[in-house]
Design a protein around this ligand. Structure first.
Ligand SMILES: CC(=O)SCCNC(=O)CCNC(=O)[C@H](O)C(C)(C)COP(=O)(O)OP(=O)(O)OC[C@H]1O[C@@H](n2cnc3c(N)ncnc32)[C@H](O)[C@@H]1OP(=O)(O)O
Ligand SMILES: CC(=O)C(=O)O
Length: 536
């Protein structure tokens, strides 16, 4: 039996049935191109019988030159009607796709309850509809909805549905665990039974209601299924569909099946993140294979071993799926974490020096006070550079003042800052729509004459978290500031019992970081030259 697995992506159809996911035709085009580059074999673009957006997508997708087969989705004809006159089947043909997937009932309970028709009429609906696709020259996938529940309830009928679709010319019989309640052992047994009864290419389509969609898909493949349907990041109805970002690498790297090329596999992480951006859904950091923390090491004992050999705490090399190893520094760090991070930054380190231990203890102490460096890479970098003897103070803050005034119902925030650069002192004042915005504006106004590049980046996110809730309004707060330029983002942290002071600390770190050019190399050189830090 072949080891080739056909990957059928339904992000653009079943994925959009997930709560909170809505893709425009343009979004779908962008995602289709990414999926094509990843090397999936089928891209289910949507349901032309459902809405105009999907019709537009299929219209526009014709000129994309996709290598993957574009497929349209629909259901079998309505009861007591003709396939030729079923508007959704006709729209599938009109969409010009080379392949289509029709969902049909295979659970007798559904035939009686949802369709409210006879078992014979359901068989006729399937036969007519698949036959209609085949007469129009399309490759036909038959999605046997609720197949596993149907098989458990009435195996003869469930099998007769498959045989009927096969006789009508279906190219693939796709067994669906539509309600996501089946267990891997059951999936394996039932797929094995089906293969004993019917000699046809079998596919698997699972849902994640028991967190088993990936395991169930793999069990089906082990039992002989050769098409796997799923979505990027597991988006889909209710708890989602089988996550292709876990299935593809597991099949390929651990089970010796072929899905995509090794090079295409390296685009997996980028694809997952791209799709999450377009879908506007944050990825869980711990998402298997492609998450930001999938290869992030935090515990000191782990990092110490990782530095000796990554295999000690990594099940695969992250690069195989386009991800990368990350070392986190926190209160759980050992000296290995500090050394590794410092080496990554190109700092001059000597293993096991007292300095490294002091830095580690200093970071643990700061984390005890409420700092959190995991989410504030830029503050950590500044701290490490300073600790290892680099100059990071491009300007000196002498003082700042805040005025918050409410007159006639109108709130005004004004900040006054005094800084010095290269011995030159500057006072500036600025207003803002809140105290942090006013401070940001005043600081920028003071610095722009020395560092015009300050215009190139901006504060993009601001989060406050109360650290000791029991102290109510006197509690310490942690402020996390995210800043961005046209190509990168960086995060900084400040902690104080005064929210303005915590914000100021995070803000100053953010600007220092950017001006030091840690996000843009040309800025660091210009800034250093101005300060006379560069030897000519
Ligand atoms: C398991 C799955 O994910 S299946 C795909 C589910 N996805 C979607 O439903 C998204 C797209 N759906 C839609 O846009 C709409 O539901 C449409 C256009 C398909 C149908 O809309 P409407 O005609 O208003 O029908 P409505 O959605 O209310 O009900 C579904 C009808 O389809 C029938 N139906 C359900 N499954 C099938 C099937 N496999 N074959 C034929 N008819 C079916 C139902 O019995 C019901 O018919 P009834 O109105 O006579 O009771
Ligand atoms: C076809 C489909 O999406 C399902 O049965 O879950």
């Amino acid at each position: 039996m072949t080891n080739a697995i056909s990957i059928f992506d339904t992000t653009l159809r079943d994925g959009t049935q997930g709560e909170g996911i809505s893709l425009s035709a343009e979004d779908k085009i962008k995602i289709a191109l990414k999926l094509d580059a990843l090397g999936v074999h089928y891209i289910e673009g949507g349901n032309p019988g459902s809405n105009g957006k999907d019709i537009e997508f299929f219209q526009r997708a014709k000129s994309l030159g996709l290598r993957a087969k574009l497929t349209a989705f629909g259901s079998t004809r309505r009861k007591n009607s003709l396939a030729e006159q079923d508007s959704s089947l006709v729209r599938i043909i009109e969409s010009g796709v080379p392949a289509a997937t029709l969902v049909g009932k295979s659970w007798d309970f559904h035939v009686h309850t949802a369709l409210q028709t006879t078992l014979e009429e359901n068989l006729a609906m399937i036969y007519d509809s698949i036959g209609f696709l085949k007469r129009n020259g399309l490759e036909a996938m038959f999605d046997a909805e609720h197949f596993f529940d149907g098989f458990k309830n009435n195996p003869e009928y469930a099998l007769s549905v498959l045989k009927n679709a096969h006789n009508a010319g279906a190219d693939w019989l796709v067994l669906c665990d539509t309600n996501g309640g089946t267990l891997p052992g059951e999936i394996h047994d039932i797929v094995t039974r089906v293969r004993q009864e019917i000699n046809a290419p079998i596919g698997i389509h699972t849902h994640n209601d028991c967190e088993l969609a990936v395991a169930n898909s793999l069990a089906a493949v082990q039992a002989g299924a050769r098409q796997v349907q799923g979505t990027i990041n597991g988006y889909g109805e209710r708890c989602g569909n089988a996550n292709l970002c876990s299935i593809i690498p597991t099949l390929q790297l651990k089970m010796n099946y072929n899905c995509v090329t090794d090079q295409q596999l390296q685009s997996l992480t980028g694809t997952a993140r791209y799709v999450s951006e377009i879908a506007n859904v944050n990825m869980p950091v711990g998402q298997a294979y492609v998450g930001n923390a999938a290869f992030a090491h935090k515990g000191g004992i782990h990092v110490s071993a990782i530095m000796k050999d990554s295999k000690t705490y990594e099940h695969i090399a992250p690069e195989l799926v386009g991800n990368k190893q990350r070392i986190l520094v926190s209160e759980l760090a050992g000296q290995s974490n500090i050394l590794s991070k410092a080496q990554e930054l190109g700092l001059d380190v000597n293993a096991n020096t007292e300095k490294t231990k002091d830095i580690m203890n200093h970071i643990k102490d700061l984390e005890h006070q409420g700092y959190q460096f995991e989410g504030a890479d830029a503050s950590l970098e500044l701290l490490l550079r300073e600790a290892y003897g680099e100059t990071t103070e491009l300007f000196k803050v002498e003082s700042f003042k805040m005025l918050v005034d409410k007159t006639n119902g109108h709130m005004v925030s004004e900040a006054i800052v005094k800084i010095s650069v290269d011995g030159q002192t500057v006072y500036t004042a600025a207003e803002g729509n809140g105290p942090v915005n006013a401070l940001d504006n005043a600081l920028r106004k003071a610095l722009v004459q020395f560092y015009p590049e300050i215009e190139n980046f901006h504060l993009s996110d601001y989060k406050v978290r109360v650290i000791d809730e029991k102290d109510a309004t006197a509690a310490k707060v942690r402020v996390l500031v995210e800043s961005s330029d046209f190509s990168s983002t960086w995060s900084t942290v400040g902690v104080s019992s005064n929210v303005i002071e915590a914000s100021w600390e995070a803000l100053v770190d953010s600007i220092r970081y950017a001006l030091l050019g840690m996000s843009k190399i040309e800025v660091i050189n210009e800034s250093k030259e101005r300060l006379g830090l560069v030897n000519h």
